[in-house]
Write a protein of this length. Sequence first.
Length: 341
Amino acid sequence: MKKLLSSFLRKILYKIDAEEYKYTKSLEKKETIGEVSVKSENLEIKEYKPKELKPKKLKGAKLPELSPQERAARDITEMMEVPFLALSKNRRAPIIYEKHDGPNMIKVKVSRHTGHFLASIYDWDIVLFVAGKMQKILNEASDIPPRTMIIPRHEILKALRRDSGGQRQKELEASLSRLQLTGIETTIRNEDGRYRAGFGFLESWSYTKREDIREIRITLSEWLYDGICAKSSLLMVDSEYFSITSALKRFLYRTARKHVGGHGKSWEFLVETLYEKSGSEREFKKFKSDLKMAVLQNDIPGYYLKWIDKNEKTFVSFQNLKKLPFLFVDDEIKEENLLQE
């Protein structure tokens, strides 16, 4: 009997010891977790900052940084509204554009001189640079800007994001010739009949090279000069614009800059309207295909483009990229309407 009782008591004590051991271990584990959690509170935790969405950087050779003065290119608003420039570098056919503007009819005819192509949207870079120089003079109110400007060659090449090689010099001279020899007939700013026909963008140009001096002398046509000097006629151009290699994308940037500017509201155009405004000589079907590809690539500096099909019509929407709202999606920052299906 005594043996039975002692055996029974040993089993009870064993179970008590086992439970006590488990309880002790569980306490140690909790303490360890507590120590780890306390230590983790002392760790330096880096604050998560979402990356700001920016337009895609255009591919190309890395060029020197530009100063604010060198970035200050300007475009002429009335020249951004209608097709004065060829999208092709080798266009021979004239650009003819007509559109009713209330009781008036806007007419533009751009033709070439024999043996030359029409001035293109690439040639226009020179005018953007010169207009920026003139705007600086106007802002300083120091003097009326001259119609003839003398500019160091390296300065204009750097601003236009071009290297200073011999080939670039030939291209620059060819661009100046096209700007001079392209003929303009238009009813824009023609109320008093001063510009009946026969004027170009430039009146003359020359290149001087002697010892260490290389400079370009540019005289604007009276019509272009008056347009640049008119009040509120110029818009600043993003320096990344000069790195855009596609003429169609340059046209889209200028359209966005003219109509959307820095506002947050979107602006929509029918594809047919963009076709007319571009002055493209491609068939509409091919233009539409090229346009859709450019919109889907969506790498126009500073702007977000969207292809929209509604009511059996196709539109392109333009919106300032900095004004778009942001959303948290899958732990990443993405812009509304930029999510890919």
